[in-house]
Design a protein around this ligand. Structure first.
Ligand code: F6R
Length: 629
């Protein structure tokens, strides 16, 4: 089974193999433990697949890698072909080996299928197929689809009809894309609860898990709806429901280009994305502040009356997006006086959350595809709560299932570790909190205006952090031999500490923990030993009660031998005597400080991981879109 994965399909006059492999390269962030292609030409399919990163598949296609137990169909690897499909996999079940890599074929080798998702009734289907004499050679659920298609094709229907008939027999979430040697000018895709977009070209058409795979060829796209089958021919695209009735399609134009999906001169996408943060923050503010200084978020699709009726907010999200949610709580409660809870999306629906029609659930997700968050959204909607999405990927599943959405405009985030999406999620939650304050009258208009003006200065402040980041890089390199780093913060600095630790864990594979500084003396202080690096995020001096407490905490840990790395605003002299290393960030209002304080932590983790020789764009065991619960 494969849950995340990137899928590409192509039909047209170019070399299908080249287009598919190039598309896979752009989708590799979705999964990279095996990859494969199937190309249809001259009445036969050529299937090539390899465990490991795409580089292995490329070598195999170039004929430089000996078969490693792969079930390559006979045929000439590299045949140009008119149609082709490809897959880059992130396995959850079934070892990530050559045999389980996609595409999967039927008994005759005439049909090849790639798949993202889980077919829940696959055990039953597999048993039935085996009883009918099929020989299944992998441990995957996907292969069952290839054999089911084989049976339908044997009845004399075409691939598209066969796909429609098979889909209605499948339970679960899936994107399927198939080619058939009998119809070389056709690629067929199907979608249920898993992403798939169509790229519309001239004399050629594309299918992919996201637009980055085909953006070098076309920026015209079609969103596929739930339970739809798409037929791709060089001459056009036809979309139907699973029952065969023609479906209405929505075309849209992708407003970012291929250069945005490339590294722009940086060694890693992550570095590029960190550098893009001032622009991403500015873009997310763009168009949301009226000439009169008032916020206008009409795009949210929730009316002001609906927003006035809210009596509680619950934020659901995972990982980095959850940290954005934790910060949102401070802003929402302070500015709107509405109670706000933050819940890990994966826990939400298992604890009987109290939801009413006047609860607003905010789901934060960069990808818009995270299954835990999606299931939380569905649960909230079933309980009749209003659900607002904060998402970065236009047309992805979560915003489509929410009552309203506020898109972050971070542009494509390719590196697995989230950076610019996080900063723009913060901007989005600040905007929503201030908008609620404006609509509900919990802040005076001039107070909202003043804060919005300050938000408008944040791109320059983030830029300032990046301009003075070199000492952070040096520090990170000097700590590459450490086994553990702790992070401390208070108030909004606490989620920042958690985020700093998460980045270090996922990129440098180091033990890293974030703590609320006040909690330290209740146990974790026992971890402090001579020379242990401890990063402390010091709140703005504008909140002396917070600031002074954390200065005491720094003294406590230093007295116990910690090596203190202190992130404090410019002009904060109180911390100087206790900081072994001092990292300055611009002075900004307390609630906005995460926008500047997180950036050094991203750079720190990225540089430290690079110093350890890790691939920061594709850390081990991780994938960009976590479409599994
Ligand atoms: C960490 C990271 C993950 C994601 C999480 C949610 O750097 O990227 O923790 O934040 O998997 O993903 P989205 O925001 O796509 O729902």
């Amino acid at each position: 089974m494969a849950r995340m994965c990137g899928i590409v399909g192509y039909v047209g006059s170019q070399s299908a193999l080249d287009v598919v492999v190039e598309g896979l390269a752009r989708l590799e962030y979705r999964g990279y433990d095996s990859a494969g292609t199937a190309v249809s030409a001259d009445g036969k399919l050529t299937v090539t697949k390899r465990a490991g990163k795409l580089a292995n598949l490329r070598e195999a296609l170039a004929g430089t890698l000996p078969p490693g137990g792969a079930d390559d169909s006979p045929g000439e690897d590299g045949t140009p072909g008119r149609s082709g499909i490809g897959h880059t996999r992130w396995a959850t079940h079934g070892a990530p080996n050559d045999r389980n890599a996609h595409p999967h074929t039927d008994c005759t080798g005439a049909v090849a299928v790639v798949h993202n998702g889980i077919i829940e009734n696959f055990a039953t289907l597999r048993l039935e197929l085996e009883r009918r004499g099929h020989d299944l050679s992998s441990d995957t659920d996907t292969e069952a689809v290839a054999h089911l298609l084989e049976e339908e094709l044997a009845k004399g229907v075409g691939l598209a009809d066969a796909m429609r008939r098979v889909c209605v027999r499948l339970d679960g979430a899936f994107t399927l894309v198939a080619v058939y040697s009998g119809e070389p000018d056709l690629v067929v895709g199907a979608r249920r609860n898993s992403p798939l977009v169509v790229g519309v070209g001239e004399g050629e058409n594309f299918l992919a898990s996201d637009v980055s795979a085909f953006i070098a060829h076309t920026r015209d796209a079609i969103e596929l709806g739930q339970d739809q089958v798409v037929e791709l021919r060089p001459t056009g695209v036809r979309v139907t429901e699973f029952d065969g009735t023609p479906a209405a399609v929505t075309e849209y134009h992708v407003d970012w280009d291929v250069s945005a999906a490339e590294k722009g001169g940086h060694d890693y996408f992550m570095l590029k994305e960190i550098a893009e943060q001032p622009t991403a923050v500015a873009d997310t503010l763009l168009g949301r502040i009226g000439a009169d200084g008032r916020l206008s978020l009409d795009e949210m699709r929730l009316t002001d009356d609906e927003l006035r009726d809210i009596d509680k907010i619950i934020i659901v999200a995972c990982g980095t997006a959850y940290h954005a949610g934790m910060i949102a709580k401070y802003a929402i409660e302070h500015w709107t006086q509405l109670p706000c809870e933050v819940e890990l999306a994966s826990e939400f629906r298992y604890r009987d959350p109290i939801l009413t029609r006047s609860t607003l659930v905010i789901a934060i997700s960069q990808s818009g595809e995270t299954m835990d968050t999606l299931m939380a959204v569905r649960h909230a909607r079933e309980q009749r709560a209003s659900v607002l999405g904060i998402c970065n990927v236009n047309g992805s599943t979560i915003p489509r299932e929410c009552d309203g959405v506020l898109y972050t405009h971070a542009g494509p985030e390719i590196a697995v570790a989230s950076t610019k999406a996080f900063l723009t999620q913060l901007v989005a939650v600040y905007l929503i909190a201030l908008y609620l304050a404006q609509v509900r009258g919990t802040k005076w208009g001039d107070e909202v205006f003043a804060m919005v003006q300050l938000l408008g200065t944040m791109p320059q402040k983030v830029e300032q952090v990046l301009e003075t980041i070199e000492p952070v890089r040096e520090l990170a390199r000097s700590l590459a031999g450490e086994r553990c780093v702790l992070f401390l913060g208070r108030h909004v600095g606490f989620p920042v500490a958690l985020e700093g630790a998460l980045k270090l864990k996922e990129l440098a594979y180091m033990h890293a923990e974030g703590f609320a500084a006040g909690e330290l003396k209740h146990g974790p202080i026992a971890l402090i030993e001579q020379g242990l690096p401890v990063v402390v995020i010091v709140p703005s001096r504008a909140r002396p009660i917070l600031h002074d407490k954390i200065v005491s905490n720094i003294q406590e840990i230093r007295a116990r031998g910690a090596r203190t790395i202190v992130i404090a605003e410019e002009g904060d002299e109180a911390v100087v005597p206790y900081a072994d290393t001092l990292i300055r960030v611009p002075a900004v209002p307390t609630l906005l400080q995460p926008l500047v304080a997180t950036v050094p932590l991203q750079v720190f983790a990225c540089e430290l991981a690079t110093a350890k020789g890790h691939d920061v764009d594709q850390p081990r065991n991780l994938a960009k879109s976590v479409t599994v619960e």
